[in-house]
Structures are given as C-alpha cells and as structure tokens.
Ligand binder design. Structure first.
Ligand SMILES: Cc1cc2nc3c(=O)[nH]c(=O)nc-3n(C[C@H](O)[C@H](O)[C@H](O)COP(=O)(O)OP(=O)(O)OC[C@H]3O[C@@H](n4cnc5c(N)ncnc54)[C@H](O)[C@@H]3O)c2cc1C
Length: 548
C-alpha cells in the first residue's frame, strides 16, 4: 500500500524544510524527501577530510543575511539553534601596498578608510549608503511579494497587479528612475557614476558578481549587487551578513528541527524519481526504489529542469512552459575552496597572524574592477581564470565549533571557470586553479600557502552531480533580468504554483531566490495552504491556465 500524506515536499534543502515547517504548522500531514544522506542542500556543514574529521566546513553557501525575521520568528528558529555572528568589515589588501576596510554600520570609519584612496569617494560614501537604503525600502518588500501575473486578463491577476501598483503609489519619478537604473545597469557603470578610486570600486563591485555568469561590465550586475545588499541579519544593519554557528548546516538543522516540532517527517536517502500525475493533477511521487507516496499537495524545491522536465515530464506540461524551462539560464563558473589553516593570514599591509578585525569579515581578492573583469573574460574565452576573484571568509574568527583550538577554517567563494565545466569533473585543472587562487592570497599574506593543512575544492560538476545544482549555478538559475520577478521561473507561473494542479514550486529558482532566504519555500507553502483551504470550501480548485 502506498503511504498517503497531505503534503509531500521534494528536496530537503533549506527551502524544502521551510515549506514543510509551514505546511505541518497548518495541520497538514507532511513528509520531506531528501535524496542525499543529509538535509540542507547548498546550506550544509560537512567534514570533507576523512583523516581529519575534527575540521568541519560550510561546504557551499557560507554567510547569512537574507532570511526574513518573519520566518525566523514564525518557526522559532532561535529556539532551534539559529545563531548568527554578525561579520566584520570587507577587507582588501592591495598588491601595490595598503588596504581598505568597509564597514556595514560605521560611517565615520568608512570615511577614514576610503579617504586613504580618495577624499572625493569618502565624501560620496554617505550619499551612496543613503541611496542604497532608499532603494532597499522599495526592493525589500518586493522580495516578500508574490509577483503579479503580468499580461493576464483574469480578474484575480488584474487585482494582483493593481494591488502591487497601489502599494507602491508613494514612489516618485526619481525613485522609479533609480530603480530602473539599478535593474538595467552594470555594476561598473553604476560605480563609475559615484566613485573615482579603483580600489573603492573593486571593493564595492564584489556583490554585483557573486554567483553570476557575468563580469562587472555586464548590464544587470547592478541588481545582483542590490540583491546581496538588502538583507540584514536581524541586527538592523542594512546589507550586513553573518556567520551561523556551526556553519550553514546549522541553519538547515534549525529549520528541520522546527519542521519536526510541528509534526513533519523528514526522510533522507529518499531520492524522488518522478512526480505522479493522474487526472491532470499531481497525486504523489515515486522514489527511485519504486516506492510510491501519495498526497494532494506536492511541493518541489529542486532545480527547475529536474523538477519539471525530468520529474513531471513534458507530456504533462504546456509546450510554452516546457520551452521556458528548456531555455532557463543556469551557469555560474563558481568554485568553492574550503581550507583548514594552522594560523590566520599575516597580511603585509596589516601584519600579524593573531586575530584582528580584518580577519572577521570578507577577506577579498578583488583588488579592482579590471581584475574581476579579467577573471570573467578568461572563463568566457574558455579558460579558468588565471587570477581568480574570491570572496573569502574565516568564520572561525567567531565560531569555535568548526575546528580545533588554534586552527581556522577559511572558505573561498571563487570565480570563474568556464560554465561548461559542469559537464566534466576537470579535477586536475581545478587543483591548478586552486593553486593559483592560493598564490594570489600568498602574494598579500606570505604565510598563507604554508598555513594550509587541508583543502577541499568543489567545482561546477560536483555541485551538479552531488547537490543537484544543474550547470553549477548556485541559485538554481541566474539572477539575470529576464529571470527575475514575474519571469522566475517562467511567465505566468511566478506565484509558486505550476501548470499542474496540486504541484507547487518553492526552489531558489522562484522570486526572492536564490540565497538562503527561505522565502520560496514559505511562499510555496502559503500557496498550497491557501488552495487547500479554498478546496475545502468549494469543489476542487482547477487552474485551467495561468497565462490567460
Ligand atoms: C558555492 C555556493 C555558495 C553560496 N553562498 C551563499 C551564501 O553565502 N549565502 C546565501 O544566502 N546563499 C548562498 N548560496 C546560494 C544558496 O545556498 C542557495 O540559493 C540555496 O541554498 C538553495 O536552497 P534550496 O532549498 O532552494 O535548494 P537546494 O539547497 O539545492 O536544495 C535542494 C535539495 O534537493 C535535493 N535533491 C535533489 N534531487 C533530489 C531528488 N531527486 N530527490 C530528492 N531530493 C533531491 C538536494 O540534495 C538538495 O538537498 C550559495 C550557493 C552555492 C552553491
């Protein structure tokens, strides 16, 4: 006999766990099916070195900012172990000497730091921060908004569009202009409008290219910067990021504990092979061992290609929707390098391997915009970057749970290798790429290379094969303009529902994703809960088409 639930969640990444927690909290008998031996997906803490199990790394994602306070409090995550250490400043040491630190919350010190490179830029900094804060006031609430079904003539969709327009009626011509600039410009052009110093612009460009198959001169990268700058870690400092105690797996563990506390069942080593379709709606799933589970609600949180084209099948999908998913852009060229260190980097510009403030935030390798652009151009031309860009962090500056006392973990989020490296392991080339990355840091901190005890390199192929991140894209799909808001994952289906009644979609490939923000999982659960309630009141809800 097939097991029957009210709701099945496919994928135990953080979004799947959030969806399960809300569904279980609403009274639905809920199960999460996770294919790997552990939950968390890209928010995971692992011990990658069998000979040194005392070192644990936050293997893929590494910093928190985007999880909204509503989800934290609804799920009582603090009670379940959600604990964030706000991180220190952005830090870049320069090959030509000197360094810069940028603080999320200290205008005076920012002024001093930026003045080292340009007095004019230092004076512009408070205006830049205020400008970004103003845009965050507009964009922040949009992250929690279900995108309207633009172009639809159905009354319910028109009402949604009007509601959104009404809520934003306070916006003036200037703000709309600023939002338009932000959505369409490159981060390089935007920063050129504000600043003159290469060093300052390099530091500020980092957020514009994180996880992006685009260099800083590509239109749309200004928005990527905003996406990474409008969260906070609950401490009220806009754009601040933090480290979860125990690594990002700690976030997933806290959400899983919340889901279980509401009664959800979480099953690992449970790989879903297909979504069951009967009578034109989703009715459950079949696992790769042949076991069937049935439910009226199925929430998928997998990459859209897997969720729709592999697990549902084109034969059950409208042709234009299947074509949209076929065309979905899902490249990154990201390589994550996790290191165990015997001591902290001793930078020539800021000497000492004892813990100092510049070790507590991002330890960047992005000295100028041109440096970042060169790394991208190498990959676009089909070669791994000769001098890769890196967003580095040392979570053990705060978190003492990840490694033995006196040692440290350093996590390097690096770019770029060619986007098609997801098709093959490229093991030796990745080793050489990691060597070059390490050499770049060693030029700035001469003790760095010798301090490395262990290293773990995760390239696009492993991201796809082991974690289901198709194409190695870190967000289940690029944050390019044509894949945002009402287009994410496809026009007509940005409301966390799908062409198949009973199937909901809550992965990072929906609006507000990616990142460890939980919003897609939350929204998918809300849609399913609303439809369950409606179907109890009326005959079963039938969605003939969303694109009318
Ligand atoms: C290298 C890297 C660095 C990043 N850094 C950050 C960061 O610092 N901060 C941040 O906010 N975001 C970061 N991100 C992005 C963020 O981690 C992701 O957007 C987010 O974790 C995705 O969550 P998800 O639940 O939507 O999907 P996933 O985490 O991908 O979860 C999907 C789950 O489904 C499972 N699965 C796959 N196939 C099946 C199947 N057939 N049956 C059952 N289960 C299956 C997978 O094993 C996985 O557990 C990073 C991502 C990467 C890869």
């Amino acid at each position: 006999m097939a097991a029957t639930y009210d709701a099945i969640v496919v994928g135990g990444g953080h979004n799947g766990l959030v969806a399960a927690a809300y569904l279980a909290r609403s009274g639905a008998r809920t199960i999460v099916l996770e294919g790997r031996p552990k939950t968390g997906g890209a928010a995971t803490t692992e011990a990658p070195w069998p000979d040194a199990p005392e070192f644990r790394v936050t293997r893929l994602s590494y910093v928190m900012s985007l999880l909204p306070p509503t989800i934290i409090s609804d799920l009582e995550l603090d009670r379940h172990g959600y604990k964030i250490f706000p991180m220190g400043p952005y830090y870049q040491a320069f090959p030509e000497g000197g360094s810069i630190k940028l603080y999320a919350d200290d205008a005076q010190r920012n002024h001093e730091e930026v003045s080292k490179w340009s007095k004019k830029d230092a004076d512009a900094m408070p205006r830049w921060d205020a400008w970004l804060a103003g845009l965050a006031d507009v964009l922040g609430p949009l992250l929690l908004t279900v995108p309207p079904n633009l172009g639809s003539h159905q009354a319910r969709d028109l009402a949604g569009t009007l509601r959104l327009a009404w809520r934003n009626r306070g916006l003036d011509v200037r703000t709309i202009g600023d939002v338009t600039r932000l959505m369409t410009m490159s981060i390089a052009d935007l920063l050129d409008d504000w600043f003159e110093s290469d060093q300052v612009k390099g530091a500020l460009a980092v957020n514009g290219v994180i996880g992006t198959w685009a260099g800083p001169y590509e239109p749309g990268t200004a928005y990527v910067m905003a996406h990474h700058s409008i969260g906070d870690v609950g401490d009220g400092h806009l754009g601040n990021w933090g480290f979860q105690e125990g690594g990002m797996g700690g976030v997933s563990t806290a959400i899983e504990a919340a889901a279980r506390s509401f009664g959800a069942e979480v099953r690992v080593n449970a790989r879903v092979a297909r979504v069951l379709v009967s009578g034109g709606r989703a009715t459950g799933v079949v696992l790769d061992n042949g076991a069937e589970l049935h439910a009226k609600v199925v929430v998928s949180t997998l990459h859209p290609r897997t969720a729709f084209l592999e697990q549902v099948g084109r034969e059950h999908l409208p042709d234009d929707f299947a074509a949209d998913i076929d065309r979905w852009k899902t490249r990154s060229g990201v390589v994550k390098i996790n290191l165990a260190l015997s001591e902290l980097p001793d930078f020539t510009a800021d000497p000492g391997s004892q813990l100092q403030e510049h070790h507590t935030g991002s330890v960047e390798m992005a000295p100028t915009m041109d440096y970042i652009e060169r790394a991208f151009q190498d990959a676009r031309e089909g070669r791994p970057a000769a001098r890769p860009f890196s967003d580095g962090v040392i979570p053990t500056a705060f978190d003492k749970t990840l490694c033995p006392e006196g040692t440290h973990i350093m996590s390097l989020f690096t770019q770029w290798v060619p986007s098609d490296w997801s098709a093959e392991p490229h093991t030796e080339e990745l080793e050489a790429y990691a060597d070059r990355m390490i050499d770049c840091y060693t030029e700035l901190a001469p003790n760095f290379k010798a301090s490395i005890l262990h290293r773990d390199i995760v390239g696009p192929h492993e991201m796809e094969q082991e974690y289901g991140l198709v194409g190695g894209n870190i967000f289940h799909g690029e944050l390019s303009l044509e894949q945002l808001f009402h287009m994410r994952p496809a026009p007509g289906y940005a409301d966390y529902r799908t062409p198949l009644p009973g199937l909901y979609y809550g992965s990072s490939a929906t609006h507000a994703g990616g990142g460890v923000c939980g919003i897609p999982g939350w929204q998918a659960a809300r849609a399913a809960i609303a439809d369950r309630k409606a179907s109890r009141r009326t005959s079963p809800l039938r969605r003939v088409t969303r694109r009318a």
